[in-house]
Design a binder for this molecule. Structure first.
Ligand SMILES: Cc1cc2nc3c(=O)[nH]c(=O)nc-3n(C[C@H](O)[C@H](O)[C@H](O)COP(=O)(O)OP(=O)(O)OC[C@H]3O[C@@H](n4cnc5c(N)ncnc54)[C@H](O)[C@@H]3O)c2cc1C
Length: 384
C-alpha cells in the first residue's frame, strides 16, 4: 500500500491530484484510480479528518427528496453503495427507517414523491404515529415512515474508498497541506506548506470547509470563480443522549420541522458507544467563514435548546447529553452541490448537510467530469 507523508519531490507528472480525503475526495480518487489513472490523494490531516465534515460513525441516509434530481441521484448511488460494501467486506449502512414529522414539514407532498418514485412508505395519522412511535418520538403530528432509510458510517465509508483507491494504485499522502497550485506547462505544480511539491496534469479540489480560502489561490479566472455560489461554512454541533432502555433494535432516524427549526436524530453508533441517539439542529451552528476559523466550542444556549427539545419531543431519551461534537457544513444558497471544472481544475463541494448519502456517486460524477467522460447535472456546474 502506497501511503505516507510523501517526502519525495517528483518531476514526473501524475495524472490527477485530489486535494482532500473526505467523502468527496476519497470517492473521486477511488473512481479515478479504478479507471486506470495515476492518482495522488492529498490531505492536510488524514482521511475523514476530525476537523472536517466526514468524521464519525453516523450520517442519515434517507430518501426524502421532493426534488426529482436528488431522488434520481440517490437511486443511482445505490449500486455504488453495494459495490463499496462488497469491497469493504461488511455493511456500511444500517437500515433503521426514518420518521419525518412536524408542523413545518410537508409530509403529504413527500409521501406523493415516494409514491411516484417507488419508495416504500406509510403516512401515519397523529394517533397512529403516537401508537407506533410515541414511546420514542412524541411529535403530535402526522408522521411519514420509510423503512429503507438508515445510518451510514461516514468514517468507515471514507476509509473503504481510500483503501479501494490505494488498491488501484493511488498514493495517499497524509499531513500534506496544499499551499499553492500554479500553472506549469500543460499541468500544475502543487506545493505543500512545508515546501514539498508535486507535478500533476489535473487537480481536483475537494477541500470541504477549506474551499472558500483555497479558491482564490488556484489561479482560476474570475469568470469561473464569480459564477460559483457563495460558500457558507458553519460549525455545527451534535449531542448524544442516552436511551432510557436499551433498545431491542436500532431506533429509527428522524427529521422534525417545528417553529423554524429542523432537528434530526439518528443512532450514534460507534461514536456514542452504541448507547444513545445523536440529536442535532440543522444549520443551528454559527457561520464561521472558513474551516480554519473553527474553535470546536458549543455555547450553553445551544446545548440547552437541544436539551429542552429532547425533554419535550423524545421521551425515550434521558435529556442529559453524555457526549457532544462539532462538524462543518459547507452550504450553498440552494443546497445544490458544486461539481464544476475549468481547464484542468475540478472543484467538488457536495455538502449543505446532505452530501454523505451520495458518497460513492460523488466520485463517479467528479471523475467523469474531470476526465471528460461524463457530464454532471447542469445545476452542479454554475460556470457553464
Ligand atoms: C454534523 C454533520 C451532519 C451531517 N449529516 C448528514 C446526514 O445526515 N446525511 C448526509 O447525507 N450528509 C450529512 N452530512 C454531510 C456530509 O457529511 C458531507 O456532505 C461530507 O462529509 C462532505 O465531505 P467533504 O469531502 O466535502 O469534506 P471534508 O470531509 O471536510 O473533507 C475535506 C478534506 O480536505 C482536507 N483539506 C482541506 N484543505 C486542504 C489543503 N489545503 N490541503 C490538503 N488537504 C486539505 C481536509 O483535511 C479534509 O479532510 C453531515 C455533515 C455534518 C458536518
Amino acid at each position: 500500500m502506497k501511503n505516507g507523508h510523501g517526502t519525495t519531490n517528483t518531476s514526473d507528472a501524475i495524472d490527477f491530484a485530489v486535494i482532500g480525503a473526505g467523502i468527496a475526495g476519497a470517492s473521486t480518487a477511488w473512481r479515478l484510480a479504478q479507471a486506470g489513472h495515476s492518482v495522488a490523494l492529498l490531505d492536510r490531516d488524514e482521511p475523514a479528518s476530525a476537523a472536517g465534515s466526514s468524521h464519525g460513525s453516523a450520517r442519515i441516509l434517507r430518501y426524502g427528496y421532493a426534488d426529482p434530481l436528488y431522488a434520481r441521484l440517490l437511486a443511482e448511488a445505490e449500486t455504488g453503495w453495494a459495490e463499496l460494501e462488497t469491497a469493504h467486506g461488511s455493511p456500511l449502512i444500517t437500515r433503521t427507517g426514518c420518521v419525518d414529522a412536524g408542523e413545518g414539514h410537508d409530509t403529504t407532498r413527500l409521501a406523493e414523491v415516494f409514491t411516484e418514485t417507488g419508495v416504500e412508505h406509510t403516512l401515519f395519522s397523529p394517533e397512529e404515529a403516537a401508537s407506533r412511535f410515541g414511546d420514542r418520538f412524541a411529535f403530535g403530528t402526522e408522521a411519514l415512515w420509510h423503512p429503507r432509510a438508515g445510518v451510514l458510517d461516514a468514517q468507515s465509508t471514507v476509509h473503504a474508498m481510500v483503501r479501494a483507491a490505494v488498491e488501484h494504485s493511488a498514493t495517499l499522502l497524509t499531513g500534506w497541506e496544499v499551499a499553492s497550485v500554479t500553472r506549469r506547462g500543460a499541468g500544475y505544480l502543487i506545493t505543500a506548506a512545508d515546501g514539498r511539491a508535486l507535478s500533476v496534469r489535473h487537480v481536483v479540489v475537494a477541500a470541504g470547509g477549506w474551499l472558500p480560502r483555497l479558491l482564490g489561490g488556484l489561479g482560476l479566472p474570475t469568470s469561473f470563480t464569480r459564477a460559483l455560489p457563495a460558500f457558507e461554512v458553519r460549525q455545527e454541533s451534535a449531542f448524544h443522549f442516552p436511551y432510557r432502555e436499551e433498545p431491542a433494535e436500532p431506533w429509527p432516524t428522524s427529521i422534525h420541522m417545528i417553529e423554524g427549526m429542523i432537528v434530526y436524530t439518528l443512532p450514534g453508533g460507534r461514536d456514542a458507544g452504541y448507547r444513545g441517539q445523536k440529536v442535532a439542529e440543522f444549520n443551528g451552528g454559527p457561520v464561521i467563514g472558513d474551516a480554519s476559523r473553527q474553535d470546536g466550542r458549543i455555547t450553553s444556549e445551544h446545548r440547552q435548546r437541544i436539551v429542552d427539545y429532547v425533554g419535550t419531543f423524545l421521551p425515550g431519551l434521558v435529556p442529559e447529553p453524555y457526549a457532544e461534537t462539532t462538524c462543518l457544513f459547507t452550504n450553498t444558497p440552494d443546497e445544490d452541490f458544486v461539481i464544476d471544472t475549468h481547464e484542468s481544475i475540478t472543484v467538488v463541494s457536495a455538502c449543505s448537510g446532505h452530501g454523505g448519502k451520495f458518497a460513492p456517486l460523488l466520485g463517479t460524477l467528479a471523475a467523469g467530469l474531470a476526465t471528460g467522460e461524463r457530464d454532471v447535472p447542469a445545476r452542479f456546474r454554475p460556470s457553464r
